[in-house]
Design a protein around this ligand. Sequence first.
Ligand code: ARG
Length: 460
Amino acid sequence: MAAKAWGGAFDGQTDPRVERFTESISFDARLAEVDVRGSKAHSQMLSEVGLISEQEKNQIHAALDEILATILAGKFPFRIELEDIHMHIESALIERLGDTGRKLHTGRSRNDQVATDLKLHVRDAIDRLDGLLVDLQRAFIGRAERDEGVILPGYTHLQRAQPVLASQYWCAWCEKFERDRTRLRDARVRLNESPLGAAALAGTTLPINRQRTAELLGFDRPAANSLDVSSDRDFVAETVFDLTMIATHLSNWAEEWILWCTTEFGFIKLPNAYTTGSSIMPQKRNPDVLELIRGKAGRVVGNLQHVLVLIKGLPLAYNRDLQEDKVALFDALDQVEASLELAAAIVEHAELKKETISARIEEGFLDATTLMEYLIQKGVPMRTGHETVGKLVRLAESKACTLAQLPLADFQSIAPQVEQDVFEALGVVNAVRRFRSEGSGGTASVAEQVARWKQKLAST
Ligand code: ARG
């Protein structure tokens, strides 16, 4: 059994059930790299202020590198009685260096250490997520050329509403994922203050230099208050919320495409590499990946609740409850990163079924609102125009035809303001061409949006 770091005040041994219950090595081993980064910065600072010698610092750095390499190679023996990654690395250091290793934890506690590690880990993750979000945006915008001119129904209440160009959909998703990017960027700014040197909760009487460790680790500054920062997990909650928002957006998109690849919709063909078959029904091609992206979003929402409930009842400062934050944070990160990667691949390789879409695109009176706006331009008050078009829709329904198939005389029997040029407003192609408001789903706006995204993504 390994000696405990707090052995001095204790007689007798820890119940093995307590060791199993309190360990975190089974989930925090992934912090090894950031833990070593933090310890190197800390020991560098210790040597600069004279708390350890230059030579001791060099020995510590070399040993830490060695330990990390062993861990990354999967050759490091983890033992639950050493509890967490921090104790494992420190005890391996002491094993190698004896008293020199015993100096590393000078002016530091696991409380500021774990907060530092977690911030470094989250900061790296945010940078990776940003790249994954951009990859997904690139996949959407990469479709623009392929799908140019394809008109899709736009829906409200999942009922056909108005026609939009396919790329209006692609740009819509880009906007949502762009907000997700900015949310993460904001979170990164707020989290980037160094906990190191807060020690257990109150700071230290030793002459450490917190500015220096902050600088060495790429933090903007040391956090101002030791009690605050040693207990702060706002950044975990905030990041998991940001992940939840990404997962929610992915789930919305997945749900839409699950519908779109049904026989009933028939808008999209998913790439074979991203669908699965059935063990009994030979014809099946199932959108399991999309379904799991939707399903995992539920899991990530659960992770957010986990973090918030975990921290809501805690008095200052560190409480052991905080150890559980990592379970939710790491799971949220893993699920969202994997979902984003697969989403980008599916978006890139899926195929719009142009014929199936266009075969039914004139169903559902997608041009009714365009007709109403045509009437407004002929001087008809909006509410009157709405009612008039309602009547025309009913007339077309009774004749089982589209609005564009009604003869001029029918229009004029209900709305005398209608002239021959109405046929330049009817049908989805005309409707899409006529949209002129900024940000609309029409030709000019969509071309402008796609160009703006291309430019933005080229310089990202
Ligand atoms: N394994 C702990 C955690 O993840 C490290 C901090 C332990 N601190 C303490 N005072 N017991 O939170």
